[in-house]
Design a protein around this ligand. Structure first.
Ligand code: FMN
Length: 188
């Protein structure tokens, strides 16, 4: 697939058909992520992977995270959020959390490393698209909030940037409307 086509056809997918994504594919996607530009070659990104067999464990942890973050009393909206995240994860093929190593004493480097990690995530998503996979970049607290740090075994100096839910789309790739270039570009 031409890179232009991968860029244009990548769409956020929130419903997957339960087909696994094999370890070799996850490794290829992580390798693509790591070609992203990164200033001073810091390679700030780190990856934490759950493949399909462990998705029930992830779903249980995400439900517990939502419960621990909810303000009492526990109500129907919490149950609905838990059911939604479970349904998403039980259809997925793999989940990759991408985090970056913080530089608390160097704000400039920290910002650059966050930016580089976002570029790495986009590489991974485009690689997934080129392989016919759907993907979702999520910053949901259910997946990467404070209560989930232990599940992902994140060291204290790492900050998660996204949970990338990968799988085969149950619904095809939806179309999306964008602004035109000229609406958002200043030619000087
Ligand atoms: C930094 C970031 C965080 C996101 N977090 C979520 C999220 O928590 N839940 C969600 O459903 N979508 C999330 N998205 C997906 C966006 O909502 C999605 O990209 C947007 O709707 C545009 O759709 P498209 O990706 O198909 O173009 C996130 C996207 C980005 C870039």
């Amino acid at each position: 697939m031409h890179v232009d086509d991968a860029i244009r056809s990548r769409r956020t997918i929130k419903q997957f058909d339960g087909t696994p994504v094999d370890d070799a594919t996850v490794r290829e996607l992580i390798a693509l992520a790591m070609w992203a530009p990164n200033h001073k070659r810091t390679e700030p990104w780190r990856f934490s992977v759950v493949t399909q067999r462990q998705l029930p464990l992830l779903a249980a942890a995400a439900e517990a995270a939502l419960q621990s973050l909810a303000k009492p009393p526990v109500d129907a909206s919490l149950r609905a959020k838990q059911a939604k995240i479970r349904e998403l994860l039980m259809g997925a093929g793999a989940v990759v959390v991408v985090s970056y190593v913080r530089s608390p004493d160097d704000a400039c480097r920290d910002r650059e490393d966050f930016a580089a990690t976002c570029a790495a995530i986009q590489n991974l998503l485009l690689g997934a698209t080129a392989r016919g996979l759907g993907s979702l970049w999520s910053t949901s607290k259910a997946l990467i909030g404070q209560p989930m740090r232990a599940f992902w075994a994140l060291p204290d100096d790492e900050e998660p940037v996204g949970a990338l839910v990968l799988g085969h789309s149950a619904l095809g790739m939806p179309a999306v409307r964008h602004h035109s270039n000229d609406e958002l570009t200043r030619w000087r």
